[in-house]
Structure formats: structure tokens, C-alpha cells
Design a protein. Structure first.
Length: 244
């Protein structure tokens, strides 16, 4: 009994190696997340001292509104930093696995980060350009922060812009094959069998004999006419009927 020949199973294409640009981009992304969380924790840590010095310097009920704003900014910065850490952790893992969606989302986050850093620099530049009136609430609030706090904020904003820019450039420079954009050359698609390897199934019937069957000489030809028995030889049937 014959069976139809099974087509060979196509081998899966080997996974593309992770480019160094992707590894560097993920490492930088995680480092920025940790740096942002450290900065937010530091802001919450210095807020009680800032509020105390500001209240002593302002000495008015109007300062309470500014105190609420300072605490709100610190709390929002910490929550945002925690969300960024979680987001960057997920994006980093997905980028290492070659996810196209993670790449697109990360590029969008880099664009927003660059815009946010530039906006922070613009605000800080506007604050530094103007001089607070002596004895005003604005001057008291600025003096309540630790020395060098404004310079630290400027450095963080500049590092943010540079970091997001570098991450975006690294991801754009990464090969598209790693993110599944195109299949590597020379690899067969899953389930595809070349026509040259297709074997027709056997029907189980032998092909008709087109040539006469020729034996080696010692065996009788099964297709040739058998010689008739000689009349001189006794026939077993005649002997049977001749019995009384």
C-alpha cells in the first residue's frame, strides 16, 4: 500500500540578532527613568524645608496658596516619575524583543520629552531674565529653595533633551529587520514548498507493461504461449474414465 509523499516542513528563519543600537537605547532609556525618579524623590525631600523657609520669609496668609502649589508640584512630579519608570521598563523589554509597536511608542515619547525639556528651559530662562521685587512673595519663594536649585533644574532639562534625542536617533538607526519590517533575504516563508520539491502522490497502480517480459533464459516466459502436451503422453483424465 502506497502513501502520498509528505512535503518537507519549511524551516523557521533564524531570529535576527539584537543590534547594539537597540541595546544602547534601552540602557539609556532605563538610566533616564532612574534619574528622573531620583530627581522627583529629591524634590519631595526638599519640599518641607522650602515650605518652612518660605513661610518664615513671607509671613502672610497669601503664602499658603503658594505652599499648596509647591506641594502639588512635588506630588505630581513623583507620580509622573513612577509612571515613567513603569512605562520605560515595559518599553525597554519590548524593544529588546523587537516589537515594532514599542519602537513607535518610544519614538513618540522621545518627541514629547524633547518638547517638554525645551519648554522647561524656556520657563527657567524667563525666570532668570527677570528680577523679583525685593520683599515680594516671588523673591521669598526663590530664596527658600536650596542654593543651586535653579542651576540643577537647567542641567536636568538639558540632559532630558539630549537623552531623548540620542534614544530617538539610536532607534531610527537600528536595522528594520530586527523589528520585523522585512524578512531577511534568502529565507523561505513558513509553509511554503518550492515547486521542485513537490512530489505527486502515488495512485497504487503500476504503469502498464510497454516492453515484452524477457527472462534470463532459465525461467519460462510467462507471456509466451505454453506448448501443448504431446498426444503420446497419457492424460490423467483418460485413465480415470477408462476405469470399470
Amino acid at each position: 500500500m502506497s502513501y502520498a509523499a509528505q512535503p518537507p516542513t519549511a524551516a523557521e528563519p533564524p531570529a535576527a540578532p539584537r543590534p547594539a543600537t537597540v541595546t544602547l537605547a534601552v540602557a539609556l532609556l532605563w538610566a533616564m527613568a532612574v534619574a528622573g525618579l531620583t530627581y522627583a524623590v529629591g524634590m519631595v525631600a526638599v519640599t518641607p524645608g522650602v515650605v518652612g523657609r518660605f513661610r518664615d520669609a513671607a509671613g502672610s496668609e497669601a503664602a499658603e496658596n503658594f505652599v499648596s502649589v509647591v506641594w502639588l508640584i512635588s506630588a505630581l512630579a513623583l507620580v509622573l516619575a513612577l509612571l515613567v519608570v513603569a512605562l520605560f521598563a515595559v518599553l525597554g523589554i519590548a524593544l529588546r524583543r523587537g516589537s515594532r509597536l514599542a519602537r513607535a511608542v518610544t519614538l513618540g515619547v522621545c518627541g514629547l520629552g524633547i518638547l517638554g525639556g525645551c519648554g522647561t528651559l524656556a520657563v527657567l530662562a524667563a525666570e532668570r531674565s527677570g528680577e523679583a521685587l525685593p520683599g515680594s512673595v516671588g523673591e521669598a519663594l526663590s530664596e527658600a529653595y536650596p542654593e543651586g536649585w535653579i542651576v540643577l533644574n537647567i542641567a536636568v532639562a538639558v540632559a532630558q533633551v539630549i537623552g531623548y534625542l540620542v534614544v530617538g536617533v539610536l532607534l531610527l538607526a537600528a536595522p528594520g529587520e530586527f523589528f520585523g519590517r522585512t524578512a531577511p533575504a534568502g529565507t523561505a516563508l513558513p509553509g511554503f514548498v518550492p515547486p521542485s520539491q513537490i512530489v505527486a502522490p502515488s495512485t497504487g497502480w503500476a504503469a502498464p507493461q510497454s516492453q515484452p517480459f524477457v527472462t534470463g533464459g532459465s525461467e519460462p516466459d510467462q507471456f509466451s504461449d505454453q506448448p501443448a502436451p504431446s498426444k503420446s503422453e497419457p492424460n490423467p483424465e483418460d485413465e480415470y474414465w477408462s476405469r470399470p
